[in-house]
Design a protein around this ligand. Structure first.
Ligand SMILES: Cc1cc2nc3c(=O)[nH]c(=O)nc-3n(C[C@H](O)[C@H](O)[C@H](O)COP(=O)(O)O)c2cc1C
Length: 396
């Protein structure tokens, strides 16, 4: 990657702060980053931060005699191997779709002869507006590649698609486009489970849990980025299927087990789903009515243990990894689970930390026969990337 150069256009959105982290990841990988910061972008991050992290000058002005003398806007647009727009605001997307060239960023996008990757970030209504949909379709037709946006809570207080993809996901998309992604898992089959399961009480009520699926989806995405053929067996979530991943939608634990067995053989299974331990013994065929008396207790029976079934089954994947969500005695429980389930690694996560369940960060410990390794708290995308690299190392 040492020879590769990115032209990074940072637009005017709250997510601009994530582009600082993206710059750091790129520099760490040896990729040169030349930043263009729009006027609006400079309202959110300073040229100094961007310049310090990029270790390069920040370009902002179209009409700058010095810049033109040093490097004209045409040369700037062609000096990179890839142009990345992050955050790609509604405004930048609209300008690029219409071929406007009213500032340095839009002029560069019009003048470039290089591939363009955009990471959109905007309020959900802006993202869903007919004008943005039109611009997206035009840009796609023009050959622009997109990463994200993700769905989730926004700085504006609303919820939905429009959040910029996390820096590790943008980094992976960049690496894939630069052709620099090592594909050590090419030819390997991976099975990942994610999300909650849903157990019917009656046709309208259910038992479920707070799993968002984010960690499992990120792992499926990272394994695919390393070349694995990934089947993602997912309970109901609000997430889009990661690029290049086959998603199988299920509801109950029993459905999930059947879908996992159907996805075998696999070289590696990563069981991230929060599978309901119990289900109602007899789901009522009709809606249970109030009677005015005390409600009948709901008898529960244990669900099949998917992790143990995969670990102990005849078609056991070579590497079986389970997740353990714990609220106390994290490592002791994880070690016990490792022995009980017969899997190879347990990724123990401390869900007592506010914001882990459903949030974007995770603090995990990797438990195996070799011992325990604690990872610092990091973005779920980063946990996924590291885990995928560990899995690849196991198969090397
Ligand atoms: C606090 C604040 C946050 C904003 N966040 C976004 C955003 O996330 N996405 C977006 O498209 N526009 C956002 N805008 C509007 C843009 O900043 C505005 O459209 C600007 O002209 C975009 O400039 P650019 O083309 O340089 O990105 C925001 C504006 C404000 C004041």
């Amino acid at each position: 990657m040492a020879e590769k150069r990115i032209l990074l256009i940072v637009g005017g959105g709250i997510a601009a702060y994530k582009s600082l982290e993206l710059t750091r990841l790129l520099r760490k990988a040896g990729v040169a980053v030349r930043p263009i910061l729009t006027k609006a972008g400079a309202e959110f991050v300073t040229p100094l931060s961007l310049s310090a992290l990029a270790e390069d000058k920040v370009y902002s002005q179209l009409f700058s005699l010095t810049d033109e003398a040093e490097m004209g806007h045409i040369e700037l647009s062609r000096s990179a191997d890839l142009v990345v727009v992050a955050p790609a605001t509604a405004d930048l997307m609209a300008k690029a779709a219409q071929g406007l060239a009213s500032d340095l960023a839009s002029t560069t996008l019009l003048a470039t002869d290089k591939a363009v990757l955009m990471a959109p970030a905007m309020n959900v209504r802006m993202w869903e507006h007919a004008a943005t949909r039109r611009n997206l379709a035009i840009l796609r037709a023009d050959g622009v590649t997109f990463v994200g946006p993700d769905e989730g809570a926004m700085a504006c207080g609303e919820y939905g698609p429009g959040r910029m993809a996390e820096p590790p996901a943008i980094f992976e998309a960049i690496m894939a486009m630069l052709g620099g992604t090592a594909r050590p898992l090419a030819g390997k089959r991976a099975l990942v489970t994610a999300g909650p399961t849903v157990e019917a009480i009656d046709p309208v009520r259910m038992l479920t849990n707070r799993s968002s699926g984010k960690q499992g989806y990120a792992i499926a995405s990272s394994l695919a980025a390393l070349g694995a053929e990934v089947t993602l067996v997912s309970g109901p979530t609000a997430l889009p299927a990661p690029a290049g991943v086959k998603r199988v939608d299920v509801e109950s634990a029993r459905d999930m087990l059947a879908a996992c067995e159907a996805a075998l053989p696999a070289d590696v299974a990563v069981c991230v789903a929060a599978v309901a331990d119990w289900r109602p013994a007899d789901a009522s065929a009709g809606k249970i009515k109030k009677t005015g008396k005390a409600a009948e207790p709901i008898a529960l029976v244990e669900n099949p243990d998917i992790l143990a079934s995969l670990s102990k089954g005849a078609r056991r994947p070579r590497l079986v990894i389970g997740f353990a969500a714990e609220t106390n005695d994290l490592e002791a429980h994880a070690k016990a689970k490792l022995a009980r389930k017969g899997c190879d690694w347990i990724v123990a996560n401390d869900v007592s930390i506010a914001g882990t369940m459903g949030g974007d960060q995770n603090a995990v410990a990797l438990v195996s026969a070799d011992g325990i390794e604690r990872w610092e708290r990091m973005a779920k995308g980063e946990v996924a990337r590291r885990l995928a690299e560990r899995i690849a190392a196991q198969f090397a």
